[in-house]
Design a protein around this ligand. Structure first.
Ligand SMILES: *[C@@H]1O[C@H](CO)[C@@H](O)[C@H](O)[C@H]1NC(C)=O
Ligand SMILES: *[C@@H]1O[C@H](CO)[C@@H](O)[C@H](O)[C@H]1NC(C)=O
Ligand SMILES: *[C@@H]1O[C@H](CO)[C@@H](O)[C@H](O)[C@H]1NC(C)=O
Ligand SMILES: [Zn+2]
Length: 357
């Protein structure tokens, strides 16, 4: 009896470890480069979705809007953070400021509906310099793309936002990187963190290094905007994408540091990008952003703005909204780990209850 219990507990633990690698589905581990689990096999919304990401930004399909838009970031965005969490989750290197995926960094901007809270950033990169970014421009890839993930403050946190099916639940800012002879000093704390995150981690490492998130932004702020999805399973269609047109620099040595990160098999974690998907009638708008403004602290009036949908309907004109909101399970890539633990424990109980009798 005792040994059976130990056996059951061990299996539950294995299940937990596996499910946290497998992501929201728990049942089917996903990956980028093995035919058995690559993006062609991703299920659910990844398979059935109609407004998926990433996409190619092709001049043919971009309407320019020369109205100058402003993005506003609160003071915390421009401050130096003295510590951060970094984690190799087997699919990417992810950085958070707080353990609970919510932070004091808040932004909004013309064309964004509501306030968005910074949650985490992570990277996608290639094995060679000619690929790596998720979005492409006229079919051309960049060697690395950074995603700054924010959730709308109408939700309690990232997990809540991801589960919402709201097409503006998240605002993700994409930044392309281009090879340069010099290091990008803004990446320095991240490159230092990589040393401690070489192998897949169950827990994030706490890194005591100064990090200035606003220093990642390019000096020219023109951006491509469109509505799309998460680029990893569950692929929920909840992202208002904002991708800066102008790449920022990265040195070969810094890129090499990303390529040295290992996946769960101990192989180099590279080419962790999803190939582009059809725009399928969606409109991409290129905006001229004048500057990053300082966002004044939140007023009561700001707190719960209604979210008019006119411009969404307009850019998504070919789609029946019913088909874009009825899919998917209520689970999330970012759901707290405790969900996976509970799932693991429950499955363990269900699987092993008969044996324990
Ligand atoms: C350009 O963007 C602004 C701000 O989002 C919007 O008010 C305006 O209608 C847009 N113009 C066109 C031509 O789409
Ligand atoms: C952080 O970086 C931004 C952009 O480079 C800069 O304007 C700001 O002064 C930096 N903050 C600090 C505290 O150095
Ligand atoms: C881009 O626009 C053209 C012309 O409107 C259209 O034929 C083509 O299918 C669009 N491409 C994508 C990727 O949506
Ligand atoms: Zn991403």
């Amino acid at each position: 009896m005792e040994s059976k219990l130990v056996f059951a507990t061990t299996l539950v633990l294995i299940f937990c470890a596996k499910s946290s690698l497998a992501g929201p589905h728990g049942d089917h581990p996903w990956c980028y480069n093995t035919p058995a689990c690559d993006s062609k096999t991703w299920s659910g919304m990844c398979h059935t979705g109609k407004v998926q990401s990433p996409v190619d930004f092709n001049t043919e399909n971009i309407s320019e809007n020369r109205t100058q838009v402003r993005l506003r970031f609160n003071q915390a965005y421009f401050d130096v953070q003295n510590r951060f969490y970094a984690k190799n989750n087997g699919h990417t290197l992810q950085v958070q400021l707080e353990q609970d995926l919510s932070s004091k960094l808040v932004m909004d901007g013309d064309g964004l509906k509501g306030n968005y809270v910074f949650s985490q950033f992570h990277f996608h990169w290639g094995s060679t310099d000619d690929k790596g970014s998720e979005h492409t421009v006229g079919g051309k890839s960049y060697p690395l793309e950074l995603h700054l993930v924010h959730y709308n403050d109408m939700f309690k946190g990232l997990g809540d936002a991801v589960g919402s099916k709201n097409h503006r639940a998240l605002a993700v800012f994409g930044i392309f990187f281009k090879i340069s002879p010099n290091d990008n000093w803004a990446l320095k704390p991240i490159i230092e963190a990589i040393a401690g995150s070489q192998n897949v981690q169950e827990e994030a490492s706490l890194i005591h290094r100064p990090l200035n998130i606003s220093s990642f932004f390019p000096d020219e702020l023109d951006l491509f905007r469109y509505y799309g999805s998460l680029t990893t399973p569950s692929c929920f269609e909840i992202v208002h994408w904002n991708v800066f047109k102008k790449p920022v620099p990265i040195s070969k040595a810094q890129l090499q540091a990303f390529r040295s990160i290992k996946d769960s098999h101990g192989d180099n974690l590279v080419d962790n990008f999803r190939p582009t998907l059809p725009l399928a009638g969606r409109r991409v708008t290129e905006y001229e952003v004048v500057e990053l403004d300082l966002k004044p602290s939140k007023t009561a009036e700001d707190a719960r703005k209604p979210m008019p949908d006119a411009d969404y309907e307009e850019v998504m004109n070919v789609l029946d909204p019913k088909t874009t909101s009825s899919h998917g399970k209520k689970s999330s890539a970012a759901a707290p780990r405790t969900n996976f633990l509970l799932l693991g424990l429950l499955s363990g109980v269900v699987l092993f209850f008969p044996k324990l009798k």
